[in-house]
Write a protein that binds this ligand. Sequence first.
Ligand SMILES: Cc1ncc(COP(=O)(O)O)c(C=O)c1O
Length: 299
Amino acid sequence: MTKAGRPPMIGLMSSRRQFLGAIGMAPFAACSSLTPGSDRTAAFLQDAQGDGRSPQEVARDETFWREVQLAFNVDRSVVNLNNGGVSPSPRCVHEKFIEQLDFTNNAPPHNMWRILEPNREGVRQQLARAFGADTEEIAITRNASEGLMICQHGIDLQRGDEVLTTDQDYPRMIQAFQQRTRRQGVVLKQIQLPVPCEDDAEVVRRFAAGITDRTRMILVCHVINLTGQILPVKDVAALGRARGIPVVVDGAHALAHFRSGSTSCRWTTTAPRCTSGCSRRSAPDSCTCGATRSRGCGR
Ligand SMILES: Cc1ncc(COP(=O)(O)O)c(C=O)c1O
């Protein structure tokens, strides 16, 4: 039995271990310092990371999924199929949020301005570690839409300039481009992606075919919200880089799905820079610092 009084989570296979390691950092990271319920989640995650079973075996283990269910404080009388746009927070995150709100409210000028706000820098550093990036490459925004729109609206464009994306990118991101179309006469081009889309090379070919002399920006989704399709963002970014076109990757669903230290997010960079520790301003895959980094999803 574990310290939490439950059977040990034996035998998750390594990809599952990596997955839990990755998600453990993000939503569950606060669990270890929290309430008894959070202790249970933290102990569960700890066990799961040492589990060597195959995903198929784990899929059949109702005890395992019961623990996952218990980590969320949701209405069991409703079947919620939307865990994307309006996902519930794990219980430990929710509890931490309330705890910090209470702390703020106790003495706002002191607790909020003097204690919590300066702590944001520590959060930024931890996020950078989770992404496998340099702290200076991380900006905390309120959500993925804001982060993406800073890029989409932040690049100077002239009437007739083209932005290239797909017919399956997130509607809000398409609308951001349509806003530029109406206001500035920017041309929005959307390549069609097949469903299912099983050939990465075909995706890259379609992006390549969509590029013209007027293409000034490419937006590509890492994981498409409609289908879960993973796109070859590294290759699309290489395409843009070779032509001097900034590539913005919508990684709204990417971080928690790929291994900690995934380099996936680095393909988004519009000013490529090696993040392997040497901080040279050259692309990670062409930097001469000699550092090799583990890859994320391999795409
Ligand atoms: C692919 C994709 N991009 C962007 C977003 C926007 O994310 P947020 O709700 O954090 O602004 C979503 C939200 O579901 C999404 O699925």
